[in-house]
Design a protein. Sequence first.
Length: 164
Amino acid sequence: MILFRNKYREHFFGCIENGTMQFSEIGQIADEFWREIPQHFPNVQLDEFVVMPNHVHGIIQIVTHGRDAINRVSTENSKIKNVSLSTIIRWYKGRSTFEIRKSVFSHFAWQPRFHDHIIRDDEPLDKIRLYIQQNPTNWEIDELFQPQVPVVRASDSLPKSQRI
């Protein structure tokens, strides 16, 4: 499981309303580029993920050269390159930051690092999936919760020049 935040822990990605994430323009970009990861890294499979107001949670499976241990499938004859989790996250943060700065907020930044947790078995995998699925509903009791008004919302009618 991966967890990373924006640099200032602001609610750049949107807000939670009635247990559902409502994306800002920045949140839409963050969501879009997360979904694009497998297009740029064919040996990556996305599992459960959620973009929250000030952070992103996701499960990424990397199929390595030799054997995919989870699915017990040989990858010997594939042309898949082995890539690291750091490479994937660096691409994601870089690509989303470029688009966010270009179109919405020129000073946007991610925190430089990320937190990861290797999931080895089905039982913890199921628990983490449930945690991610329920994260919007449990937002107000989440350790990353900070009561704030979102900085930029998709429904805002302000011209780009007047947005933060």
